[in-house]
Design a protein around this ligand. Structure first.
Ligand SMILES: N[C@@H](CCC(=O)N[C@@H](CS)C(=O)NCC(=O)O)C(=O)O
Length: 220
């Protein structure tokens, strides 16, 4: 039995997108991004009170990178993993976990722009610094895209899903204008049916009320 615990537009979206790509049957438990994932019942499953959480045949996995590895092992015929011995194995592992390097800045910016609801709580310095550091991580993706048009020479994989979803979150805070290869790659990824299925359903509130949050000007 596979069950994903999910909040719209958060890191659990990368697990949901991967499940759709793999074509596996699964249950989806959707929560608002709030106190529901701090309930005793949820914390018994995931003591950090965060998403994603994946239940996989009686096992519980709470890290999105580990979930990607586990699901690709679970459904090897889908070809979205790269097994030990594969020429792209280490690059695959590196990108699977690089999604978190991008996401940490998205999380900091989400905290500044969305979670802190009073202006006096927010820091223009943090907003600008995090947006600049986030843009640098997109530069790493730009430099890393291969001749196949994907992150691996061997083509589309779960690495594109993890990093692509992190870039989806990043687009709420930085533009892709300076990154032509990322722009093309991201357009192809977001045209995939499985990506579209991982978005909040039409008319449903997600984490972000706006498509783009510009950093505030820093006062001199
Ligand atoms: N390293 C974890 C991070 C999980 C995480 O922080 N998820 C966020 C959503 S993007 C969350 O649930 N935050 C709730 C909170 O911080 O209280 C992963 O990759 O799964």
């Amino acid at each position: 039995m596979i069950r994903l615990h999910h909040c719209h537009q958060t890191r659990s979206m990368r697990s949901l997108w991967l499940l759709h790509e793999l074509g596996l049957p699964f249950d989806l438990q959707v929560y608002p991004f709030g106190k529901e994932i701090k309930s005793d019942a949820y914390m018994a499953l995931n003591p950090t009170g965060r998403v994603p959480t994946l239940e996989l045949d009686g096992h519980v996995i709470c890290e999105s990178g580990a979930i990607a590895e586990a699901l690709c092992d679970y459904a090897p015929d889908a070809g979205l993993g790269r097994v030990a011995g594969d020429a792209d194995r280490y690059a695959w592992l590196n990108w699977i976990h690089f999604a978190e390097t991008i996401s940490q800045h998205c999380a900091a910016l989400t905290q500044q722009h969305v979670a802190l609801f009073e202006d006096h709580m927010r820091s223009p310095i943090v907003m600008n610094l995090e947006a600049r550091r986030l843009a640098k991580t997109i530069g790493t993706v730009e430099a890393g895209l291969t001749g196949s048009g994907y992150l691996l020479e061997s083509g589309f994989s779960a690495a594109d899903i993890g990093v692509g979803q992190a870039v989806y979150m990043a687009t709420h805070f930085v533009t892709l204008d300076d990154f032509p290869k990322v722009t093309d790659w991201y357009a192809r990824l977001t045209a995939r049916e499985a990506f579209r299925k991982s978005l909040p359903p039409e008319g449903t509130d997600g984490l972000y009320a706006k498509a783009f949050y510009a950093p505030w000007p820093v006062e001199k």
